[in-house]
Write a protein that binds this ligand. Sequence first.
Ligand code: 5GP
Ligand code: 5GP
Length: 227
Amino acid sequence: MRGYASILIKVLVTLYLSGLCVSQDFDFFYFVQQWPGSYCDTSKSCCYPTSGKPAADFGIHGLWPNYNDGTYPSNCDPNSPFNPREISDLTSSMRKNWPTLACPSGSGVDFWTHEWEKHGTCSESNLDQHGYFQAGLNLKQQLNLLQALTSAGIQPNGQSYSLSSIKDAIKEATGYTPWIECNTDTSGNSQLYQVYLCVDTSGSNLIECPVFPKGRKCGSEIEFPSF
Ligand code: 5GP
Ligand code: 5GP
């Protein structure tokens, strides 16, 4: 009897531990960057952050854990609030590279709090708060989307470009296929709003996207507004 009990306990412990090891919290990240000109020229409008008008460059929206089936987890850990002290060495870079454009004007802390609590808490198994924001900053640095586009002759000047030329330019520069999200300006024109690229679960290596987001489609010709 004692023998059976101890075997049973061993089996249960092994099952539990293997469950812990294989259980994956998410499959990959979307790294999402937004074009400020397209955030600001919609009917909703925008507000510049308290530190002033951001540079005319793509800004980070977020680093979003996702599943291969297209669904995603959110708000995974209510016991892990955003703590600005943990990233105090990153805030000046975040003000430049991860600026908030929502109204009313803010420093960015509300935006970063939202991104951490909704998305970052779902990748805590791999990245703590500092690692999460650092990963976003490193990816942006590594990518330089604006340069990828301008060097292909695609400039933020209010002209229209074919969606395929935009995708090709980003693929050419980064080696990976992006997904483009459009929104519409006050005249109803479809325009380049956000660029999605996929990143492995470490948060540092680009990968081909296992799945692209659904909906939020662009026209075949889209505007690239100035900012
Ligand atoms: P929307 O519905 O405006 O496209 O997205 C609203 C928010 O839902 C996004 O800012 C983001 O927080 C979340 N979201 C939308 N699509 C995805 C997705 O495919 N993956 C993840 N992880 N979050 C998403
Ligand atoms: P999501 O859930 O879409 O990841 O995050 C969007 C939330 O962040 C919204 O509540 C939005 O008001 C806020 N937010 C603050 N600043 C920005 C910004 O610059 N861009 C976007 N897309 N959302 C922002």
